[in-house]
Design a protein around this ligand. Structure first.
Ligand code: NAD
Length: 252
């Protein structure tokens, strides 16, 4: 897959899935706008891309704040004139508790970043993509956007919202040369899902989780990035409104 001359915006690209996706787009010739709330992580992603001869810049933005997303999109357009591809990936896990024990601020925080953040980005990206008469968007949902997950109610609600927004927007813009899909990963090793931290929390927990996955292993960030690149490439030109599980068979 080839992304030369493509302008690619990725949120949450200072770590984990977003960072490795940025590396892969840059390796394939794309110019990557690395965005994150974490300036240090974002700058490290850019430095690593540049060290390999790739093209990237960092723009700091908190996706939960509409005015910061507006500024991210306006800065990107003023520098590069277009956004060919957007990966709305920034997200958090939220606290681990049953429904009755979740505080309203915990709910608000997860929904603000994971759901409103994707909406704000997508709304403004779509305005630009309509002007330039085309584009591709991938939203990072989760298998928690397809099924329930005890002790993670706000996360599950936010990721179901991402899947619903993806399907609806895909239908609205299908005739405007804009494709919109979601990825639904499970258990991918990143700082957000760290098996060592899980085992500190409860001995043997990561082995129990692996046992529930038909492939009996966790995913890698590269496996998720590969799926994102495919969804953003011309190889998936008839695919829109998909919520793609990347999960070792867990939703099967
Ligand atoms: N790791 C998994 O197992 C897994 C599974 C399914 C879905 N996901 C989703 O993948 C996405 C990336 O997660 P990851 O596992 O790479 O985690 P990560 O923690 O490594 O990366 C998430 C990035 O998002 C950034 N971020 C957090 N809040 C932000 C905000 N308000 N504004 C801008 N940036 C913000 C963080 O600074 C971080 O760099 C998330 O949406 C997550 O829900 C992860």
């Amino acid at each position: 897959m080839e992304f030369s001359n493509k302008i690619i915006l990725i949120t949450g690209a200072g770590s984990g899935i977003g960072r490795v996706t940025a590396f892969e787009f840059a390796k394939a010739g794309g110019t990557v706008i690395v965005s994150d709330i974490n300036e240090k992580g974002g700058q490290e992603t850019v430095q690593q891309i540049e060290a390999e001869g790739g093209k990237a810049i960092f723009i700091k933005a908190n996706v939960a704040k509409y005015e910061e997303v507006e500024s991210l999109i306006h800065t990107t357009i003023s520098k590069f004139e277009r956004i060919d591809i957007a990966v709305n990936n920034a997200g958090i896990g939220g606290s681990y508790a049953r429904a009755a024990d979740i505080s309203p601020p915990d709910w608000d925080k997860v929904m603000a970043i994971n759901a409103s953040g994707v909406f704000y980005c997508m709304k403004l990206e779509l305005q630009q993509m309509q002007k330039q008469q085309g584009g591709v968007i991938v939203n990072t949902a989760s298998v928690a956007g397809l099924k329930g997950l005890p002790n993670s109610l706000p996360y599950v609600a936010s990721k179901h919202a991402v899947v619903g927004m993806t399907k609806t927007a895909a239908m609205e813009y299908a005739r405007k040369n804009i494709r919109i899909n979601a990825i639904c990963p499970a258990f991918t090793v990143t700082p957000l899902f760290d098996p060592e931290v899980m085992d500190d929390f409860s001995a043997g927990l990561s082995d129990k989780l692996k046992a529930a996955i038909p492939m009996r292993r966790f995913g890698t960030t590269l496996e998720i990035a590969n799926a994102i690149l495919w969804l953003c490439s011309d190889k998936s030109s008839f695919v829109t409104g998909l919520a793609l599980p990347i999960d070792g068979g867990i939703t099967a």
